[in-house]
Ligand binder design. Structure first.
Ligand code: 13P
Length: 254
């Protein structure tokens, strides 16, 4: 992984036609500008095959991501996809613990930690989403919430769990809103997360990155990326339109 790391999380959006057009334009852009950093596109899983056929995928200029994975390896789990299946399909980066899954699908910290463990077993790269609700922010509990979401991973997977991993700090109140957290708010939390994980791993952590997600646009991305502990972004809406997405890549790759 080379930073900045930018992940487009398409959530439940897109059609075959729209995605093919988007990827064609992204390919042209990547071939022309050869941006540094790591670009990952997390489409709805049924469409990820489209990425695999691109020459920029074969040349490792972009990567394919998943938006979720099951916390079992195989068996009677209708509708699910396992870590080894993702590996089999060359999907290397996997978002887990997104607040939309925590809320809509009742995913607990325990389930998320189990997913993290299985991804590491497959040598896949977890993108662990953590972050607080509006009320938790008002109550001054941001650090406490983050610690709880991180500790269960460390307790399940050991003190080096976050080697080769990404944490996406996504304050829940910012997701899908018009208001991102301010660059200094994000820097404060990102620095806290990095220090916490460094201490827990005895400063031996390698290839660990912190992203921010929540209302990232071409308007706020330059100032956010200028902050020391922000290594990239997990982007929802702004990843759906190629012109906006390219603008963002250009701004963070200066
Ligand atoms: P938005 O960028 O649309 O706010 O979504 C953020 C997000 O949830 C990315 O995972």
């Amino acid at each position: 992984m080379i930073k900045p790391i930018i992940v487009g999380n398409w959530k439940l959006n897109g059609t075959k036609k729209k995605i093919k057009k988007f990827l064609k334009l992204l390919s042209l852009f990547v071939k022309k500008y050869n941006p540094k950093g790591t670009i990952i596109i997390s489409l709805p899983i049924i469409y990820t095959y489209i990425i695999k056929n691109l020459s920029i995928f074969k040349k490792k200029k972009i990567f394919s991501g998943a938006q979720n994975v099951d916390n079992h390896v195989l068996g009677s789990f209708t509708g699910e996809i396992s870590p080894n299946m993702l590996n089999d399909m060359m999907i290397k980066y996997v978002i887990i613990g997104h607040s939309e899954r925590r809320f809509n699908h009742k995913e607990t910290n325990h389930i998320v930690a189990n997913k993290f463990r299985l991804l590491k077993q497959e040598n896949l790269i977890p993108i662990l989403c953590i972050g607080e609700t509006k009320q938790e922010k008002v109550d001054n509990r941001i650090e406490e919430v983050c610690i709880k979401q991180i500790d269960i991973i460390l307790n399940t997977c050991g003190t080096h769990a976050f080697d080769n991993s990404i944490i996406a700090y996504e304050p829940i109140w910012a997701i899908g809103s018009q208001n991102s957290a301010t660059p200094s708010e994000v820097q404060y939390v990102a620095q806290f997360i990095r220090q916490y994980i460094n201490i827990k791993s005895n400063y031996k952590i390698k290839n660990f990155f912190i992203q921010y997600g929540g209302a990232v646009t071409n308007k706020n991305v330059s100032e956010l990326i200028s902050k020391e502990d922000i290594d990239g972004f997990l982007i929802g809406r702004s990843s759906l339109e190629i012109t906006e997405f390219i603008k963002i890549i250009k701004l963070i790759n200066i």
